[in-house]
Design a protein around this ligand. Structure first.
Ligand SMILES: [Zn+2]
Length: 321
């Protein structure tokens, strides 16, 4: 089952507004890089060969977003079809296709997916300069990539943000795009034939959500993250208490051992009076802290003085008293 946090982020982004008119083409470029395939269609009789575009997504809101964008901005008249779910998948797959036409050509050229090279139409590898020149466009492109091929873990379960790409060159381009933002350190790795661009750092994932415009989900992410941190801090404090307790129990055990050694060898009577009192108090209160032992003595003494007495007892035990 798909991660519900990732689905929530996608549903929010599927309704995000682009900051400027320039951003729509950049977002579409990202989406096509993420989930599109460009096909060279054989020409109907009397027509030229053209490039068609197919985009597939399991999210209906995403399919509608890009159909609207393609139709309104490029007048393409994209077809939207609902296919059966792939084996083992619960959801449907929505296929958006743009048939070969001068309008589709113009769209592929403006998004930088294809370019003309001496009369030949070619597919570009990375992103066109105009796609990633402005920061607003890079943000939009990242949103398109995420909607096409991204996922993000529920912060309850861990920190992972990734974009899955088909080729190494696409992954390198996406990594460069992500790392063009301040303090972003995306990395790439291979997984079963795919190339993954990923973030593992919770601050950077937070930044990515902000850049894409997932503000409502960012708040949810932050709340979960903060709660987790508070819990972790509380655990550290508890562990620290436990460690201190073990340390003091260790010291008490050592003191008792010394007292026993003296008792077996010379008898406790051989000690000065104040050390006998201190040793007996320890025997009757094996769990007491030094401060508590000090309070049990008559007259009461401070923790440092108790500590000094036990040092002397331990010296007696090894014959140096
Ligand atoms: Zn822009």
């Amino acid at each position: 089952m798909a991660d519900s946090f990732a689905t929530d982020v996608k549903n929010e982004l599927a309704h995000a507004e682009n900051a400027r008119a320039c951003c729509a083409a950049s977002e579409l470029a990202g989406f096509i890089r993420g989930c599109g395939s460009v096909t060279l269609a054989s020409p109907p009789r009397g027509e030229r060969t053209g490039m068609g575009l197919k985009l597939a997504t399991e999210n209906a809101a995403i399919a509608r977003r890009y159909k609207a964008l393609i139709d309104e901005k490029y007048g393409v008249g994209a077809r939207l079809m609902v296919g059966e779910a792939a084996a083992g998948r619960r959801s449907h797959v929505y296929v958006l296709s743009a048939p070969p036409s001068p309008k589709t050509d113009a769209m592929l050229a403006e998004t930088g997916i294809a370019y003309m090279d001496g009369g030949e139409r070619r597919l570009a590898a990375g992103f066109a300069d105009r796609t990633i020149k402005r920061k607003c466009c890079r943000k939009a492109c990242l949103r398109g990539l995420f909607l096409g091929a991204g996922t993000v873990s529920d912060p309850e379960r861990g920190y992972n943000f990734e974009i899955v790409l088909a080729s190494e060159s696409a992954a390198a381009a996406v990594r460069r795009l992500l790392n063009s933002f301040t303090d972003m350190h995306a990395r790439t790795r291979r997984r079963r034939g795919s190339h993954i661009v990923y973030l593992k750092n919770s601050e950077q994932i937070k930044d990515a959500l902000t850049l894409m415009g997932a503000h409502a989900q960012l708040l949810k992410y932050e709340n979960v993250r903060m709660l987790k941190e508070i819990k972790a801090r509380a655990n550290r404090v508890n562990n620290c208490d436990a460690a201190n307790m073990e340390k003091s129990l260790g010291a008490a055990a050592r003191q008792l051992e010394a007292i026993n050694a003296i008792e077996r060898r010379d008898g406790l009577d051989s000690l000065p009076g104040e050390l006998i009192d201190t040793a007996l108090t320890r025997i009757f209160h094996p769990d007491a802290s030094l401060a508590e032992i000090g309070q049990l003595l008559n007259p009461p003494i401070g923790k440092a003085a108790v500590s000094a007495r036990f040092r002397r007892i331990e010296e007696y035990a090894i014959g140096e008293g």
